[in-house]
Ligand binder design. Structure first.
Ligand code: AMP
Length: 598
């Protein structure tokens, strides 16, 4: 077993008594990673021994690791779909978990175009809360005096629905913010936010963002850290400020509240906290925002900010240059790694450079296994893959994360590829490499190759009457604008030059593509305003052949060459962009409602 305990320096000294306990907990969990894992698995298997799922595989009450591994299959969401559907339809028997499923968490990962439904149980809230409670004690090791001010965090709830059987279905953060754990959290000087709960809990995204921004501006000198969950969310807040600063300044100058804020609880909470006229502050913000140059705007408006608290690992890395621009190069802290299925772990060095971020999985959160990820060799059908335990991983190797949770997911493939970078005590630390099968992502949307292909096929139906077809295509996530948007390059073949599709038809093709993308994408377009209108750039005929010539000139094999369905290499982008004949945007937003299609 790869025990590395002698290599890790202990975490500390703690900033206060409470932090000392949290750090001690991290040390204990990571020093005993393997035995904690064994205990977690035994606990999960013994409490769920009578569930239909474990009985089906004849585990017969065994809590032994080897028996578990030999009898229980490694699965994906699709394998579990029938059980999930039964629970969603109201079957309350112990299908996956002996504890009642309290709600479904709607993942940003999709299946058949809809968010995956992750079953959860009440006590998982405690486990999530526990992980949250470790974040500030670690941060306090690196950044002093965070108790002397506040955090400006842009946090939002999203719409929720009920399954046919009556269980709530909502995103994990919506579930958390609406829980008493968040709403009635005890005062902690290290966790004071500028946003009132009412603003965070307001379901109207404009009112929520407006009042959170207003409160952040009012308390501008007290703000020590600025954050959102993901980088894209913080940039959306900056864009919001660009569009709305005049009205915000008006409110600050006059001590009134924009009449568009109609939610009574939000009005009350904002008014009672901050609404005194402050012409000086209004003038300061006007000076900052009225110029063309928004470089370093975050550090200028909130001059005491020590760092930005946003995830910039994985797909979010594309936003680092833009965040650096708006923040004037403030440190970026990635604090945790989590999902709807399970919260995984935290970054023990949150002030490190984004490229060096490693997450330490906390062994008490679930039972973790790792599927060696060797894309080139491929997995043989005859020999089932051997999954590796948390404490036995090898530094430098890549693995796919497989989890067994208290809520009843057994050997479930999350779809994240992680690389081991080191160990803290005996717990491995991971670089988040990527999520499998994601071609395009702007916010929490994840579009895979098959979805893109289908979208192109559906849209090109509109070209049929013009005797025109899409002969090749590729795509690009353009994040230079806020919000970012998908760009699809099309090479067309028209057989009837006198009857070419009009601009209007090509605009409609953009919308047709959007209509066939998954519900997380469409929600981003419609409700969250986190994704801009899809763009089709029609390129000259022969462009994709040039693309192939370019790839071959760089060493690609002519026999094996395949058109890349997503590009982001600058010379290729330049080649494509230099061949653009016309650009088209969706003229409207696609359909989206909180209700699921199935
Ligand atoms: P969701 O199921 O919508 O909560 O999304 C969870 C997924 O988001 C994870 O499985 C990861 O792919 C991604 N994710 C979560 N935290 C991070 C992080 N710190 N860095 C990179 N990707 C992350």
């Amino acid at each position: 077993m790869a025990v590395q305990s002698s290599l890790s320096a202990p975490l500390g000294p703690a900033a206060c008594e409470k932090d000392a306990k949290a750090l001690q907990f991290i040390e204990e969990m990571t020093k005993n990673a393997d035995s904690v894992q064994e205990k977690v698995l035994a606990e999960i298997l013994s409490r769920n021994a009578e569930t239909e799922y474990l009985q089906r595989f004849k585990l017969k009450g065994s809590t032994h690791r080897d028996t578990f591994k030999s009898k229980i299959p490694v699965i994906t969401y699709e394998n579990l779909q029938p059980e999930i559907q039964r629970i969603a339809n109201g079957d309350r028997s112990a299908i996956l978990s002996a504890h009642p499923i309290s709600e479904f968490l709607t993942s940003s990962g999709t299946s058949a175009g809809e968010r995956k439904l992750m079953p959860t149980i009440q006590e998982e809230l405690d486990r999530r809360q526990l992980l949250y409670s470790l974040l500030m004690p670690v941060m306090n090791l690196y950044v002093p005096d965070l108790d002397k001010g506040k955090g400006l965090y842009f946090l939002f709830v999203k719409s929720e629905t009920k399954t046919p059987g009556g269980l709530p279905a909502r995103p994990v953060l919506t579930s958390y913010y609406k829980s008493d754990k968040f709403k009635t959290r005890p005062f902690d000087p290290y966790m004071v936010y500028t946003s009132p709960n009412e603003a965070i809990l307001c379901a109207d995204s404009f009112q929520s963002m407006y009042t959170q921004m207003l409160c952040g501006l009012y308390q501008q000198k007290e703000v020590l850290r600025v954050g959102a969950v993901f980088a894209s969310g913080l940039l959306r807040a900056i864009r919001f400020l660009q569009l709305n600063w005049q009205q915000l300044v008006h409110d600050i100058a006059t001590g009134t509240l924009n009449p568009k804020i109609t939610d009574p609880s939000v009005r009350d909470s904002v008014s009672s906290h901050i609404l005194n006229p402050n012409p000086e502050l209004a003038e300061f913000i006007t000076n900052q925002c009225s110029g063309e140059n928004w470089e370093g705007i975050i550090a200028r408006i909130w001059p005491n900010t020590k760092y930005l608290d946003v995830i910039v690992t994985g797909a979010m890395a594309q936003y680092i240059p833009t965040l650096d621009y708006y923040s004037g190069g403030l440190p970026l802290a990635c604090t945790m790694y989590a999902s709807s299925e399970c919260y995984f772990g935290l970054n023990l060095k949150p002030m490190c450079k984004p490229s060096e971020v490693s997450y330490t999985i906390m062994p008490n959160m679930a039972y973790f296994e790792f599927l060696p990820h060797e894309p080139s060799s491929g997995l043989s059908r005859n020999s089932p893959p051997r999954l590796v335990d948390l404490a036995d991983l090898e530094i430098g190797k890549e693995y796919e994360l497989v989890i067994t949770t208290y809520a009843g997911l057994c050997r479930y493939r999350v779809g994240d590829i992680l690389r081991v970078t080191g160990f803290h005590n005996s717990a491995p630390q991971f670089h988040f490499v990527r999520r499998k099968n994601v071609l395009l992502s702007i916010d929490s949307d994840k579009t895979d190759e098959a979805e893109l292909q289908k979208a192109v096929e559906n849209a090109s139906e509109l070209l049929r009457e013009f005797n025109t077809s899409v002969v090749e295509y590729t795509s690009y996530a353009d994040t230079k604008t806020i919000p970012g948007h998908y760009v699809i390059y099309w090479e067309l073949l028209g057989k009837d030059p006198g009857n070419a599709p009009s601009r209007e038809v090509l605009n409609q093709c953009c919308l047709a593509m959007e209509e066939s993308l998954n519900s997380v994408y469409r929600q981003g377009r419609v409700a969250d305003n986190s994704i801009g209108a899809l763009e089709i750039r029609v390129v000259k005929s022969g462009t994709f052949e040039e693309l192939m010539d370019y790839a071959i000139s760089r060493g690609a094999s002519i026999n094996q060459y395949k058109v890349p369905r997503c590009v982001n290499f600058t010379p290729i982008m330049e080649l494509l962009d230099s061949r653009v004949l016309s650009a088209h945007f969706s003229p409207a937003v696609p359909h989206w409602t909180p209700e699921r299609r199935r």
